[in-house]
Design a protein around this ligand. Structure first.
Ligand SMILES: O=c1[nH]cnc2c(O)cc(-c3ccc(F)cc3)c(-c3ccc(F)cc3)c12
Ligand SMILES: [Mg+2]
Length: 214
């Protein structure tokens, strides 16, 4: 049967990037996104803002909700020390399989713990099943309609601590208005919006950075 878009991206990476070189993998995904087929990776423009947040925070433990093809997992983990613990959750098994190959090609398979599950099911299991205490950083990039559900699950499962940095993608496009309103008004976060561009596009988008007050 015909290849999926995600399979076409993976093939392009395998044929154009250097095995074990995360930066070359990111560059190949971005080139394909700009020149051939748009895909919902955080991308190179918002990615530079995410890079800055990661460098400033230097997390030892991090959770990502929404692996997709593994682009942001690779983007983040390339900036972390070997000692860091990075977990990423993906609901769609086909995407998770592509991500697994992409992450392996980048040589980061020993640095990333991939979980294929509904985030609502796995968040309550993280402490016992994945030996997590609290997260230093969280990147939310899965489905806009469950952003609020999941940040509340992180709160009630005691997975956040004073100073945890929660970054969320797509605040403008497609938009997560309930999430933006929640983190900006609930009183539990110091939240800032960082305007940028939508992936592989001149459209506007942006990241929300919310620091948990504990
Ligand atoms: O779902 C997403 N998860 C994580 N990041 C996403 C992203 O960075 C962009 C988009 C996006 C796609 C097409 C479009 F016109 C506008 C926005 C989506 C998304 C939104 C609604 C959809 F129906 C399917 C995809 C996601
Ligand atoms: Mg996104």
């Amino acid at each position: 049967s015909a290849m999926s878009k995600e399979q076409r991206v993976l093939r392009y990476v395998q044929q154009n990037a250097s095995r074990g070189d995360p930066d070359s993998v990111l560059a190949a995904v971005d080139k394909f996104g700009w020149e051939t087929e748009w895909a919902m990776n955080v991308g190179d423009v918002k990615g530079l803002i995410l890079d800055r947040f990661v460098k400033e925070t230097a997390p030892q433990t991090m959770l990502e909700l929404g692996t997709y093809m593994g682009y942001s997992a690779i983007r983040v983990v390339r900036l972390l020390p070997e000692t860091a613990k990075f977990l990423t959750v993906e609901f769609n098994p086909e995407n998770a399989a592509i991500a697994n190959e992409m992450i392996a090609f980048a040589g980061l398979q020993n640095r990333i713990i991939q979980i294929t599950s509904d985030s609502a099911d796995v968040i309550p299991q993280l402490k016992k099943k994945y030996d997590v205490d609290t997260f230093d950083m969280v990147f939310i990039d899965h489905w806009k309609d469950v952003y609020v559900r999941d940040i509340k699950l992180l709160e009630t499962n005691n997975l956040l601590r004073k100073g945890t940095v929660v970054v969320a993608d797509n605040i403008i496009n497609p938009g997560a208005p309930e999430y933006a309103d929640y983190v900006r008004t609930c009183g539990k976060y110091d939240s800032t919006f960082h305007e940028s561009n939508f992936e592989y596009s001149d459209d506007i988008d942006g990241l929300e950075k919310s620091v948990y007050r504990g």
